[in-house]
Design a protein around this ligand. Structure first.
Ligand code: 5AD
Ligand code: SF4
Length: 445
């Protein structure tokens, strides 16, 4: 039996793509392995969003080169595939930097993986086209579906934030037709999936073709997915404030399966920096949007992304970011130092913020966000939540799952609870996870 090792870096769409690549290879007779040493094909599904993420690939490839020659000495062939956004951005350069790489394949072409692998026996191949054929229609059926699953509904981004490579690596916004999304969601539900997260680089820019040929927005897509028997929970990510229409706000109020959690990146709280980032919204517009979502569904937990040290960011600009964080109150958030990316407008700027100032600002922002996260977790203690049980827990006898607000909970229960939704009383807040007990009472509506 041939074996494939697939490793993914970066965002949830990359995780989805990696799972689909495993399916493509599975249909070709490969079994999945967690051990890179025994793999006949190694796929690195890479991320280009920040320099650190992109550089990681080259150090990993250095190790793989050694592994490949060791296996070769034992008469074993190893194919090394670089997929994802570094593949798209750097193409043939990757093979120039690391000759052990056999295949470079971009995010829009991975359905061609079997063909590319076959061709790589003759010579090394690069495929970073944006093909006209729809990759989704060429992908084999999903082989596994757990209690939770990602489902790509939209790819690409037309927003062109000044710092971001995504519009270049993932291309223009494309939405999958409603029927294709529903068919995939139904299959997942039949396989036992209880929660789907609809994913897209700009997911609320979704405008897939509906049954009557007219485009359908994300809110109506969510309403359609909510009707599928067996699917109890719907989430979506990542959205942009400017595409957040009233219909989506109403969906948060009216669709019980839509979970009270929203990841809505704001990047900065300074209007000057937001303008320089080409975000096309202000801090107050973001605050007002959050007010509307909270009016629709008061217990919505909020999450966001922040960049510190965008070129030209002053102490006053950074203070505006801290003020926005205090005003809103986030359950969780991701924050990053600005990383100049080749080909993006911001990378041309000469007014870079020094590394030491970036490091100070990041530490200060993260301390504030951590404090908000702990406060949120502590406030959960004593409450009962519906928990979707996803897997075995860290300790024997424990299972692990998530609350509607995406808080991770561990509690004692037999493994047959996996895939069910049960009421759990939270008894303790740890650093990354809550601890609970199966509750006898149901959650108050
Ligand atoms: N530098 C730092 N962070 C970035 N992000 C995107 N591009 C960059 C960059 N050049 C962050 C943004 C985005 C998240 C996915 O990554 O916050 O929302
Ligand atoms: Fe990048 Fe901005 Fe598009 Fe998000 S909205 S993917 S940050 S360009």
């Amino acid at each position: 039996m041939k074996k494939a090792f697939v490793k993914s870096y970066g965002c949830q769409m990359n995780a989805y793509d990696a799972a689909r690549m495993a399916d493509v290879l599975g249909a070709e007779g490969f079994t999945a392995t967690d051990s890179v040493e025994e793999a006949d094909v190694v796929v690195l599904n890479t991320c280009h969003i920040r320099e650190k993420a992109a550089e990681k690939v080259y150090s990993e490839l250095g190790r793989l080169r050694v592994l490949k020659s060791e296996r070769q000495a034992r008469g074993l062939d190893t194919r090394i595939v670089v997929a994802g956004c570094v593949a798209q951005a750097e193409g043939a350069e990757i093979q120039a930097r690391q000759p052990a790489v056999d295949v470079v394949v971009g995010p829009q072409s991975y359905h061609r993986l079997p063909d590319l692998l076959a061709r790589s026996r003759e010579r090394r191949v690069v495929d970073t086209d944006f093909p006209v054929e729809d990759k989704f229609t060429h992908l084999p059926r999903r082989r596994t579906s757990g209690p939770t699953a990602f489902l790509t509904v939209q790819e690409g981004c037309d927003k062109f934030c000044a710092f971001c490579v995504v519009p270049y690596t993932r291309g223009a916004e494309v939405s999958r037709p409603v029927a294709a999304v529903l068919a995939e969601a139904e299959k997942l539900a039949q396989g036992g999936t209880r929660e789907v997260t609809l994913i897209g680089q700009n997911v609320n820019g979704y405008h897939g073709l509906g049954p009557d040929g007219a485009p359908v927005g994300l809110a109506d897509l969510i309403r359609a997915v909510a009707k599928i028997p067996g699917l109890a929970r719907i989430r979506y990510t990542t959205s942009h404030p400017n595409d957040f229409d009233e219909a989506l706000v109403r969906a948060h109020a009216e669709v019980p399966a839509l979970m009270p959690y929203l990841h809505l990146p704001v990047q900065s709280g300074s209007d000057r920096i937001l303008a320089a980032m080409n975000r096309k919204h202000t801090g107050d517009q973001y605050r007002r949007l959050i007010d509307r979502v909270r009016a629709a569904r008061p217990d919505t937990a909020l999450s966001s992304d922040f960049i510190v040290g965008f070129p030209g960011e002053t102490d006053a600009d950074f203070a505006d970011t801290l003020r926005l964080v205090r005003d809103i109150g986030f359950e969780s958030a991701f924050s990053f130092k600005y990383s100049p990316r080749p080909g993006t407008p911001a990378a041309e700027r000469s007014d870079m913020v020094s590394e030491s100032v970036m490091a100070e600002r990041l530490a200060e922002l993260q301390a504030l966000l951590d404090a908000q996260r702990y406060a949120y977790q502590r406030a959960a203690v004593g409450q009962v939540f519906d928990v979707l049980v996803e897997k075995a827990g860290r300790r024997p006898g424990q299972v692990a799952g998530k609350t509607p607000h995406l808080l991770a909970v561990q509690f004692d229960a037999p493994l047959h609870h996996i895939g069910t939704i049960v009421p759990v009383r939270i008894v303790e807040a740890g650093t990354n996870s809550l601890f609970g007990q199966l509750a006898t009472e149901a959650v108050a509506a």
